[in-house]
Design a protein around this ligand. Structure first.
Ligand code: F6P
Length: 546
């Protein structure tokens, strides 16, 4: 049984250290140490993490590294990479790293090397992807399949959705990609009104193949296709990605058109498997494999680099420092890249479904905070919405600012303005502006004494707000792979520190169960045993729908 993390020596030292240093100003730390930026920058190839604008000093980092020792982070990393069943509640190995194990070294689960199966699915994907892209695998009426519709939800949607959007510069020019996830009929309607049945390939992605949203959407799309082209067209327009061949067959998709994956791949960690089929169809298998290469580079860095220079470890530790000592409960991710605008949405599932837990691996309720609330959006857009609160609100939200040095669309000054904004936000968050500075500025601008007195506080910024700046050279498949794997491992580090199982998601079950009991009540005369509010709402909506 692991010692509760808040009882470790390092935790206690960090608590004391926090009390001594909580008021330290980053701008003073920068003034005192000319090498601060250099000291707190690490890189892996063309991905640079500058974490100097954090409320840390060398002791903070030392104690945080001590914490990794006390929680045996190194052993836990090895356990994951070695295929041990670290998902203890489901008794499963956790091997998304095997999906991009480009060295192809054997990894055993229950005495069986998983690599041959992984390689076989990659080979099957390649064959299929090439034949669709080169027009060999055609639709029922002989037309090339140029519209890819991914039907899935959660991990069977967010990864492919985020990655295809991020890599749109690599799309085949004649192809388009659509996503249906929500059970709302409008989600189906939006896509089906855009595409032509003759040129559309539906990729139904569901690990379990029992998810009500995905199956309902897939049935609707199937009917739409059959109405247009007849039943035999299904074999030419539907493929499935799943671990459940039986359910796929039951749905009416030939299992020859099924791409498998395995229970050791969690939904939110699955875009590297056949779940990424839509990504591969859009960017080509070669680029998909470059994405795997990038993730693999981050895996090796995570596994082999000492923690002082280990990017995911540093990010994870900083998150713990803020979450558990400063009490900063949120974490913001701001990509300064339009094509990465869905990264925060993807990370919400990755992080919050993994670490939003209150029971630890010793089957005890935790007595400390676990996963943060993750949110974000593309810079500069979000600067014009929630950044007001980030600068002047009463809450402090540590941020990741992600900045590509080179844009795919270097039009005029656009990219330089974008980058200038990203860097300015990091500096402004750190430096702030004192009331005195605000007053001096107002005076210089010619305001009267009264006006200065009236406005100086409104115009002040407390600063001392932490940011990580993550610079990448350019958003390409390799770099996207690195970036996503970096966040996966950051989440892993935090899960280890909080001593929770980051790989189950039991918290999504209760609502699903209750929806299943309410459905027949909404549809008919069944009577449920709910609270009076829920009963009344069911009756109200039934009445309106009549
Ligand atoms: O509702 C949560 C969840 O189980 C996710 O973890 C998963 O990514 C999603 O539903 C979809 O599940 P499936 O791939 O089995 O349809």
């Amino acid at each position: 049984m692991n010692k509760s993390v808040n009882k470790t020596m390092a935790w206690k030292k960090l608590a004391l250290h926090y009390r001594l240093h909580k008021k330290d100003e980053m701008k003073d730390l920068f003034a005192k140490d000319k090498n601060r930026a250099e000291k707190y920058t690490v890189n892996l190839g063309n991905l640079y993490l500058d974490y100097s604008k954090n409320r840390i000093n060398s002791k903070t980092m030392r104690y945080l590294i001590d914490l990794t020792k006390e929680v045996k982070l190194r052993d836990k990393i090895n356990a994951m990479f070695n295929g041990e069943k670290i998902n203890i509640t489901e008794n499963r190995a956790v091997l998304h790293v095997a999906l991009r194990n480009r060295q192809n070294t054997p990894i055993y689960v229950d005495g069986k090397d998983v690599m041959p199966d992984i390689n076989a699915v990659l080979a099957k994907m390649k064959k299929f992807v090439d034949s669709v892209r080169f027009g060999k695998f055609k639709g029922a009426t002989g037309k090339k399949l140029t519209n890819i519709v991914n039907i899935g939800i959660g991990g069977s949607d967010l990864g492919p959705f985020m990655a295809t959007t991020a890599l749109k510069e690599y799309w085949a020019k004649d192809m388009k990609c659509y996503f249906i996830s929500n059970i709302d009929g409008s989600a189906c309607e939006d896509v089906l009104s855009e595409v032509d049945p003759e040129t559309t390939l539906f990729v139904v992605v569901s690990k379990t193949f029992t998810t009500i949203e995905t199956l309902t959407n897939a049935k609707t799309c199937r009917k739409w296709l059959v109405d247009a082209l007849g039943e035999p067209a299904v074999a030419k327009h539907f493929v499935a990605v799943s671990t459940n061949a039986q359910e796929v067959a039951k749905f009416g998709i030939n299992t020859e058109n099924m791409f498998g994956f395995w229970n050791f791949v969690g939904g939110r960690y699955s875009m590297w498997s056949a779940v990424g089929l839509s990504i591969a169809l859009m960017i080509g298998m070669e680029n998909f494999e470059k994405m795997l290469d990038g993730a693999n580079a981050m895996d090796l860095h995570f596994k082999n680099t000492e923690f002082e220079h280990n990017i995911p470890v540093i990010l994870g530790l900083l998150g713990v420092w803020y979450n558990n000592f400063f009490g900063f409960r949120e974490h913001g991710v701001i990509p300064y890249d339009q094509d990465l605008r869905f990264l925060p949405k993807y990370l919400q599932q990755l992080d919050m479904e993994s670490n939003g837990k209150f029971v630890d691996v010793n089957n005890q309720f935790v007595k400390y905070e676990t996963g943060p609330i993750v949110f974000g959006g593309a810079g500069t857009d979000v600067q014009h919405s929630f950044f007001q609160l980030l600068h002047q609100g009463t809450k402090i939200v540590p941020l990741d600012l992600i900045v590509p040095a080179i844009s795919h669309n270097e039009i005029g000054e656009h990219h330089e303005i974008l980058v200038a904004n990203a860097l300015a936000q990091g500096e402004a968050m750190m430096r702030g502006k004192t009331v005195k500075e605000a007053a001096a500025e107002l005076t210089k601008a010619g305001k009267t004494k009264e006006e200065v007195a009236k406005l100086k506080r409104y115009k002040s910024f407390r600063g001392n707000r932490p940011t990580n700046t993550i610079v990448i050279k350019k958003l390409d498949p390799y770099t996207l792979g690195m970036l996503v794997a970096m966040y996966e491992h950051k989440v892993f580090v935090q899960g280890v520190i909080w001593n929770i199982d980051s790989f189950d998601q039991m918290g999504v079950e209760l609502g699903k169960q209750m929806a299943l009991s309410i459905l027949p009540e909404l549809q008919g005369n069944a009577q449920g045993m709910h609270d009076s509010s829920t009963n009344k709402l069911i009756e109200l909506i039934k009445k309106i729908r009549k």
